[in-house]
Design a protein around this ligand. Structure first.
Ligand code: PBG
Length: 332
């Protein structure tokens, strides 16, 4: 039994030695965030003079193309090097034609942003749900979301995005075989060097709610559970990632991030290509809501969360906090 004054210094480790000063803590810090880790999402929409606040995502806007450069320039000024574009089209139909129209909102945005900022990594989200009137990510027949029938449309979308200047294609639709089909389609069209950042592991998550407000992409009937994954499954995530490896994905996205840090770690340990954590809309909005109430310290919470994604094994983080975090890194 220990008594005050006993010499116990040899019987335990003094972990606190490495925590004594800020510079000592920085020296031994294992996980560090960098601006180049971040991918910043931008919502582009048809129309003019639009900077439309997304109610459920304070600080996030829908932009028309005549105004979007304000947002792009702000991100560039803060040191962001990678953007992902989400389109909110003026018209929708059953087969999502505006997704693969060469004059679609995303294609026009890609051409414009690429010509103004050729140095950026411009990523195109490749999906149909914002462009279909039923809001599903594939073709629907008699209430069924058809797999193989959807692939051709996704390939057309990806190729038209590459033609418009996308540096990276990020298919998020979760049809089986989409990575293989898109890789093949890009190669056939001469875009051998355009990488595929596949949403390899995408769960049917309740955390996407605010995004669906921002992108007008809610399914009009049913849900996405026949194509997105069951949150309870880990082995299935490994199978999805294995398929994507075999199909030629260049990056693996795990989405959402925070409730799936174990999956990020699993994918990191098994694959040797960059892993992207998608810090989704609901994860953003919860922090915004709590900090607006004064219940949490927004900056500290955001940096802790982003750090946790990297510690779990993510190389890159797709996050609505990218601009803020870039500024906070400069201030640190
Ligand atoms: C759909 C898509 C979704 C997100 C990005 N692309 C959500 C969905 O399945 O409805 C969600 C992103 C977010 O919540 O931040 N292809």
């Amino acid at each position: 039994m220990y008594k005050a004054g006993d010499d116990v210094s040899l019987s335990f480790d003094r972990h606190r030695r490495l925590r004594t000063t800020p510079s000592m803590r920085r020296m031994v810090r294992e996980t560090k965030l960098h601006k180049e880790d971040f991918i910043y999402p931008i919502f582009v929409m048809d129309g003019t003079d639009i900077q439309n606040p997304v109610a459920s995502m304070p600080g996030v806007y829908q932009w028309s193309l005549d105004r979007v450069d304000e947002e792009v320039q702000d991100a560039v000024d803060k040191g962001i090097e990678s953007l992902i574009l989400f389109g909110v089209p003026a018209s929708k139909d059953a087969v999502g034609s505006s997704a693969y129209d060469e004059n679609g909102i995303v294609q026009r945005a890609l051409r414009q942003i690429k010509s103004n900022h050729p140095q950026l990594n411009l990523i195109a989200d490749t999906c149909l749900c914002q462009f279909t009137d039923h809001g599903h990510c594939g073709v629907v027949e008699n209430g069924e979301i058809k797999n193989d029938e959807s692939l051709d449309l996704l390939v057309q979308t990806a190729v038209s995005q590459a033609e418009a200047g996308a540096d990276i294609i990020a298919p998020s639709n979760m049809m089986d075989g989409f990575t293989a089909a898109i890789r093949q389609g890009l190669d056939d069209a001469g875009y051998v060097h355009v990488p595929v950042m596949s949403y390899s592991v995408k769960y049917a998550s309740a955390f996407y709610g605010p995004f669906r407000d921002a992108a007008h992409s809610s399914p009009q009937s049913g849900d996405r559970k026949t194509y997105q994954m069951d949150p309870a499954n880990r082995l299935e995530a490994l199978r999805e990632a294995e398929s994507d490896e075999a199909e030629g994905a260049d990056f693996f996205i795990v989405k959402p991030a925070l409730s799936y840090l174990d999956i990020i770690r699993d994918v990191r340990d098994r694959h040797h290509k960059p892993v992207v954590a998608y810090n989704v809309s609901g994860e953003y909005s919860m922090i915004k809501a709590a900090s607006a109430q004064g219940w949490i310290d927004e900056q500290a919470v955001v940096m802790e969360k982003l750090t946790s994604m990297k510690r779990a094994g993510a190389d890159l983080i797709l996050t609505y906090f990218a601009k803020d975090a870039a500024v906070w890194l400069d201030e640190a």
